[in-house]
Design a binder for this molecule. Structure first.
Ligand code: SF4
Length: 768
């Protein structure tokens, strides 16, 4: 039986979790609510002038890239090119609050463990390197040089390089990621798990098999041409808010926006653009976004999309004019088997497993088949399920049927959550690198990179829990909070000989220490990075394969901060004193890093330093967008997939974890969730009113939640408030990281090993 983890009980010093209040939110997404919230965050963080000047440079040419999500910049950015959540991400970094040696002298690590995630991060920017001292249970200052030498000694003392693991968060720039993977491979391992393992890995695996690329095929310009946009398992109003600008424009020009989401999300219902004065002053409730809004049951997307495909076939049987036969003939394979499988799939199963009626799905098929240019977007609502890979492939099937891949205004668009998560992969941050990449890397740096695949995130947790990891090194992120199976993950981390975190702010992971631990504070995106050769800029790649520069200009939060590329270069010099790579100059001049990237990835990054000077940077291209299918057959592949029976035993609900509106990944800005009408608490479970009645519970009641996985481990959390919400029967939802203790590390998506955080079988009982 695993009790609730440390840090959940107390929420002192910050916005108290007082059980909260729930009152339906009447307003549109965006609008005055966003303006008020944005200004509130700027004032709340302090350093208003600093925040305001930073916001004038975010997402601007010659400015810095928003440290939030990976939504691209428009062709011509507006003067204020940010959303409400961009304000939160930027002011969270520009805060004048500091966490230095005095703070750590006051707080033992054990006491920090008892604090909430918001309390920890709310204390501000880290200012100097710190080392954990087990005898005092405190972090104490350590000079950079000593920290690098300590690490070098640990790495060079490893009995096997695979006893070290190097995690990456999607905020790491291309330059830092490239040097990081080079360092790790020179050490001799491919243990490079990243946050993508827990989010869009399923998309990459699915699309690579189906169309030969793991990246979306659309650009932001395509949104201006599409006449039908599918938004599936995604909540852009909170997680990619500037996407609402494109959806609003599309809706206003008559494009059909079809949403599939178990939850009614305000951003997909109506939106008022906070930067359009006329709209703000108009009495209307905002622009209606979704023309069709369907609520499949949690996990029902595969059945739903398959139902739409089946209906398209039936319509084509009647008219013979629906399918793009020429495209199918010339560019695809596997269509006949797919057709046969659809014909063999009965509507009753589709309705039962999707939670939607044949009529509803037929209406979507009607809109789809009358559309000339269709874009399909999705996010975690699809990727964190056992059958995530076939679900995403079914979306690809749907678009292939009518040739909606490889033409302007159409295509597939997995929307990434972290600003450079896609770029990190392109730079080689993966536990399973391609042979071509390793060959090119080895040639460019004259060494033999390791070929054996490394650990992904779930395998890392399992290896740590088996005592197979001496050093866990994290470049950014908040591994302990982001990972599933919280109590198990904590224990696994605590088994490591040394845990190291390169971070901008204090977070949960710093309190879950190995036998020894280091915190290495780094520069943020907003801050200037000046070396002996002058100011340095980095680059990022957004969700649509656009690579652009990011240059901070603010005075660093502390003179002791180093940039991520410098941290890696100095660590490499300490670890490999006689290495041939020119780490010294690579740290001083990032142009040299980009030259090396161009040498290793010439097709995509040739003339990198010149092309990065272009306004908005450059597009990396995508073979599938040009109908070049880099698959095993050289053609796009129609895949077939049985509809899984997801029926649960009586009394069990399908729980999915999600973000609140005042949250970015594991960063919690407040205990409020404006669009869902929740304030002052994060310990809630959204439920259907009939389920509440059937389980003899009542709205507002405090409950314990226990999950049920095949591994037989009991996992339970307590003290969650029942909130009546518009969600299908048998389904429930709540926030991560608070509900991550319920997710089994052994329950992952087939093919991608992504934790199934969107389908947690649970039972509820009144909290005692
Ligand atoms: S949409 Fe994403 S990248 Fe853009 S400003 Fe908002 S949080 Fe930042």
């Amino acid at each position: 039986m695993s009790e609730s983890p440390p840090g959940e009980q107390t929420a002192s010093h910050d916005q108290q979790d007082d059980g909260g209040r729930v009152k339906p939110y009447p307003g549109p997404a965006g609008g005055w609510g966003s303006l008020k919230a944005g200004i509130g965050h700027i004032l709340n963080q302090g350093g208003t002038l600093a925040a305001a000047s930073a916001l004038l440079r975010v997402n601007q040419p010659n400015g810095f890239d928003c440290p939030g999500c990976a939504w691209p910049e428009p062709t011509t950015p507006g003067m204020l090119e940010f959303c409400e959540n961009g304000i939160k991400a930027v002011t969270w970094e520009t805060t004048p609050k500091r966490v230095g040696r005095d703070f750590f002298a006051q707080h033992t690590v054990s006491s920090l463990q008892q604090q909430s995630d918001r309390w920890l991060e709310g204390h501000g920017r880290l200012t100097e390197p710190m080392r954990y001292h087990r005898d005092t249970d405190h972090y104490e200052p350590i000079p950079w040089e000593a920290a690098f030498n300590l690490l070098a000694d640990r790495f060079n003392a490893l009995s096997n390089p695979n006893r070290a693991v190097f995690y990456t968060s999607g905020r790491t720039s291309n330059e830092a990621a490239f040097l990081y993977q080079l360092f790790v491979r020179k050490l001799g391992t491919n243990n490079l798990p990243d946050c993508s393992n827990m989010c869009h890995e399923s998309s990459g695996v699915a699309m690579t098999e189906s169309i030969g690329t793991g990246k979306g095929t659309v650009t932001i310009q395509d949104f201006e041409l599409a006449d039908c946009i599918l938004v599936i398992g995604q909540n852009p109003g909170t997680n990619h808010p500037r996407m609402l600008t494109e959806l609003q424009k599309a809706a206003k020009r008559g494009a059909k926006i079809i949403t599939l989401n178990p939850l009614k999300e305000r951003g997909l219902e109506r939106f008022k653009h906070p930067q359009h004065p006329a709209e703000m002053l108009s009495p209307t409730g905002g622009t209606a976004i979704s023309s069709t809004y369907l609520q499949p049951v949690v996990g029902g997307d595969l059945a739903a999309i398959k139902g739409i495909c089946k209906r398209v076939i039936e319509m084509n049987d009647d008219t013979g004019t629906i399918l793009d036969r020429d495209f199918i003939e010339e560019h695809t394979t596997g269509f006949d088997a797919f057709l046969e499988d659809l014909r063999a799939t009965d509507w009753q199963q589709i309705e039962q497993q999707s939670g939607l009626s044949q009529q509803q799905l037929s209406e979507v098929a009607e809109i789809y088949t009358h559309s000339k240019r269709v874009i399909a977007c999705w996010a975690m609502g699809l990727t964190q399920h056992k059958h995530a890979v076939p679900t995403i492939q079914m979306i690809v099937n749907l678009l292939l049927m009518c040739g909606h891949i490889g033409k302007n205004g159409a295509g597939i668009c997995p929307v990434r959550g972290h600003s450079n998560v896609q770029g990190d992969r392109t730079m080689g941050i993966t536990e399973k690198p391609s042979t071509a990449f390793l060959d090119s890397l080895g040639k460019a740096f004259n060494f033999k990179p390791p070929r054996e695949p490394g650990y992904n995130t779930v395998e890392t947790i399992q290896a740590m829990s088996q005592g197979k990891v001496d050093v866990f090194f994290a470049m950014g992120g908040n591994f302990a909070a982001a990972s599933p199976d919280t109590v198990h993950t904590y224990q696994a981390l605590q088994r490591c000989g040394l845990t190291v975190h390169v971070s901008t702010k204090l977070n949960r992971s710093h309190t879950i220490v190995g036998q020894d631990a280091l915190i290495l504070p780094c520069l943020g995106r907003t801050e200037s990075d000046i070396s002996s050769t002058g100011p340095q800029s980095v680059t990022v790649e957004d969700s649509m394969s656009q690579v652009h520069a990011s240059s901070g200009s603010r005075k660093p939060a502390s003179p002791l901060l180093l940039s991520e590329p410098v941290i890696v270069a100095r660590l490499a010099r300490a670890t490999f004193p006689s290495d041939t790579a020119d780490w010294d100059n690579l740290e001083k001049n990032y142009n040299l890093i980009r030259d090396k990237i161009a040498e290793v990835l010439p097709e995509q990054f040739h003339d990198f330093n010149d092309r990065i000077k272009l306004p908005g940077g450059f597009y990396l291209g995508n073979p599938a967008r040009d109908r070049q299918w880099e698959t095993a057959t050289g053609k796009a592949l129609f895949t077939i997939a049985p509809i899984p029976d997801l029926t649960l035993p009586a009394g069990q609900l399908r729980l999915m974890t999600l973000r609140s509106h005042d949250q970015y990944n594991t960063t919690v800005y407040s205990n409020n969730d404006r669009y869902r009408g929740v304030s002052g608490t994060r310990k809630v479970i959204f439920m259907n009113q009939d389920d509440i009645a059937e389980l003899k519970l009542h709205d507002g009641q405090s409950v314990s939640i226990e999950s049920h996985f095949a591994d037989g481990v009991q996992r339970c959390v307590a003290g969650f408030r029942v909130v009546t919400y518009d969600i299908p029967r048998g389904c429930a939802a709540g926030y991560f990281p608070e509900l991550n203790p319920l997710v089994s590390v052994n329950s992952t998506a087939v093919g991608s090993h992504t934790p199934t955080s969107k389908f947690i079988p649970v039972t509820l009982s009144p909290s005692s």
